[in-house]
Each structure stands twice: as C-alpha cells, then as structure tokens.
Write a protein that binds this ligand. Structure first.
Ligand SMILES: NC(=O)c1ccc[n+]([C@@H]2O[C@H](COP(=O)([O-])OP(=O)(O)OC[C@H]3O[C@@H](n4cnc5c(N)ncnc54)[C@H](O)[C@@H]3O)[C@@H](O)[C@H]2O)c1
Ligand SMILES: O=C(O)C[C@H](O)C(=O)O
Length: 340
C-alpha cells in the first residue's frame, strides 16, 4: 500500500489535479450501466459533484462509490421527489435510465417503456438544469434523442449543440474488433462509426480506419466486420441470455464520452467525438451520428463524414428509411402527449 501511495503522490505532481468545477447527474445510476459508470465518473478529475439518481437503490450505490478516495463529492437521490435536487445546477446529465433488451427483442421493442421515461426526465431537465449538456444512453437512441429534443424544444430551452445520443460504444467496439484483426493495440486504432444506434443504421466507415485494413483482408471479411459491429449489441444480449445487454463496455464508453464533454467544457478543446445529434449532416435526416468538434459551448462544428467506399455507400443509402422512421416515431410520441 505504501508503494501505491508513493506512486500516487509522484503521479499527482506530474499531473496536478484539475480545478474541480462540474456537476454531473447520472439518471439510472443504480442500473447495470449506472453502477460501473458511477464508479468511473467518481474517478474523473473534472467532476466536483456527482449526483446519482434512480427510482431504486441509489442510497447504497452512493454510499459505496462515495468511499472511493477521489475528489468528486457524491450524493444519492431516490425517486421523483428528489429529481429536482439531483438535477439543479448540473453541467452534464447522463441518462441510462430505462429497460434493456432480452434475447429476441430489437431496441425498438423498448420504445413503449423507455420513451415515457426519457420524456419525463427531459421535462425535469428543462425545468431544473436547462443549460446542461444531455447525453442519452437509453434505447432506442434513434428515437429517444428526438423525444428529448421535442420536450426541450416545447419548453423553449432546446440547444441542439448540447443534446447527444451516446453512440460511443459502436466506436469502441469497432476499435476492439479491428485491433483484433490487425493485431494492434485498440488504443492505437481509430474507426469512424456514423449514422444511428441500431442494426443497419450503425455505419462503420472501415475505409477510413487507421491503421488501414491490410490489403489481405478480403471484401467478405470487411463485410463480416461491418456486420459484427452492427450486431454487437445483440451478440452481448444473446450471450447474457436474458440477463440484459451491454453494461460494462457501455460504462467504459460512456465514461470516455463524458470525459470528452468535460474536457471540451473546461476549454481544453477542441475535442473530436462521435455522437448522435440534431444536424443537417445528411439531407432528409434531422438526426445523425457524426464526427463532432466539441468546445466550451457544446458542438462547435459537425464535421464531414468523409469518403465512403462502395460497401459503405450502399449501407448508407439502405439505412436512411429506417433511421428516419425511428426519428419520426420519437417526435410523434411527444406530439401525441401523455396517454390519457
Ligand atoms: N447507447 C448505447 O450504446 C447503449 C448500450 C447499452 C445499453 N443501452 C441502454 O441503456 C438502458 C439501460 O440499460 P441497463 O443495462 O443499465 O438497464 P438496467 O435495467 O440494469 O438499469 C436501468 C436503470 O434505470 C432505472 N430507471 C428506470 N426507470 C427510471 C426512471 N424513471 N428514472 C430514473 N431511473 C430509472 C432502473 O431503476 C435501473 O436502475 C437500456 O435502455 C439499454 O438498452 C444503451
Ligand atoms: O444492444 C442493446 O440493446 C444495448 C446497446 O444498444 C448495445 O449496443 O449494446
């Protein structure tokens, strides 16, 4: 332990702690994603206050995480009556609240339950932290982000530069899978993944991968890799056999996305990150996951998608109708209003 303390002291001089200045609220903090994500966020040098909210079990999670010897102050909030306090003053709100898939389900099968959850949470954000950056993990992301946008718009507080669908896990998976194929450290691999976050709406741009795929990789292998990235969520759902969907890799991806947001928020940018946002990147699609330049105020620029090869162009065209349908489903859900 003494050796570890010595290392920590040396490290702290090498990299002096950042001024702790951001409040982050995690809604769904006691869930399969929420618990490991709470732990990872507690380790962030950018967070002064970590607000853990759920409708069940948050006192225990908050007590546990608060014992980590890192700087962020942790507070647990339980149930709707405590949601305003959980949100007040938040700079970043991360939402994994909602139910996950079971085998045989699509992400869209979660809509009837999760749409209402996201709508209610978005209403609270509009009321209690309207200037916060909002990062939505809850599926179906292709629809839940438009839901949140419509709610925030109706409240007169929508800032599209600060509303994100978290698609980072698709990028993380592409890096891991390509790293396996080329025998590289995945931390040295980059693969743009754009579009949405469901099946064929997930579009890995392997032709832009770094390092490039070796020439020895056949067209069939490229197609198989693209399909594996698109279906990776289902791969985990099936492997968990009814115990849910990706949680640990999602917590890792969400913590990476949160770090990008907080670095940009603190002025350390510009930061490049991929996320599903409201944009005009693709004609006819009001939301799309693109490379983004993030700065203090949120998205400062939606960056170009870059060139696509024939396979990617074909998939790009094939995904548009499904993605637009999911977007409209979310928008119409808010327009219809709560069930009478
Ligand atoms: N965007 C992605 O890449 C990605 C990856 C994995 C999972 N997901 C999605 O994330 C969501 C959560 O997955 P999970 O595995 O953590 O599920 P989970 O069931 O383990 O946890 C969900 C948590 O949300 C809480 N919750 C439910 N209703 C709530 C409300 N009204 N307010 C606050 N909290 C509420 C539950 O109490 C629970 O703690 C699912 O919709 C899943 O599909 C998205
Ligand atoms: O696949 C799921 O249902 C969860 C998530 O969207 C994922 O990609 O792992």
């Amino acid at each position: 332990m003494a050796a570890l303390n010595r290392i920590q002291k040396i490290a702290s001089h090498l990299d002096p702690p950042k001024p702790f200045k951001f409040k982050v609220a995690l809604l769904g903090a006691a869930g399969g994603i929420g618990q490991p994500l709470s732990m990872l966020l507690k380790m962030s040098p950018y967070i002064s206050e970590l607000s853990l909210y759920d409708v069940a079990n948050t006192p225990g999670v908050a007590a546990d995480v608060s014992h980590m010897s890192t700087a962020a102050r942790v507070k647990g909030y339980l149930g709707p009556d405590q949601l305003p306090a959980a949100l007040a003053g938040s700079n970043l709100v991360i939402i994994p609240a909602g139910v996950p898939r079971k085998p045989g389900m699509t992400r869209d099968d979660l809509f009837n339950i999760n749409a209402g959850i996201v709508r209610t949470l978005a209403e609270a954000i509009a009321a209690h932290c309207p200037n916060a950056w909002v990062a939505i993990i809850s599926n179906p992301v292709n629809s839940t982000v438009p839901i949140a946008a419509e709610v925030l718009q109706r409240a007169g507080v929508l800032n599209p530069a600060r509303l994100f669908g978290v698609t980072t896990l698709d990028v993380v998976r592409a890096e891991a899978f390509l790293g396996e194929i080329v025998g590289a450290d995945p931390r040295d691999v980059s693969v743009p993944v754009v579009g949405g976050h469901a099946g064929i709406t997930i579009l890995p741009l392997l032709s832009q991968a770094r390092p490039p795929l070796p020439a020895s990789v056949t067209a069939e292998q490229r197609k198989a890799l693209m399909t594996r990235i698109q279906d990776a969520g289902t791969e985990v759902v099936q492997a968990k056999a009814g115990a849910g969907s990706a949680t640990l890799s999602m917590a890792y991806a969400a913590a990476r996305f949160a770090d990008s947001c907080l670095r940009a928020m603190s002025g350390e940018g510009p930061v490049t990150e991929y996320a599903y946002v409201r944009s005009s990147a693709v004609q006819g699609l009001p939301y799309f996951s693109s490379p983004l330049r993030l700065g203090r105020s949120g998205v400062e620029e939606v960056l170009p998608l870059g060139p696509m090869d024939a396979l990617e162009s074909e998939n790009f065209e094939a995904m548009k109708a499904e993605l637009l349908g999911s977007i409209k489903k979310g928008e119409e859900f808010v327009a219809r209003g709560p069930a009478k």
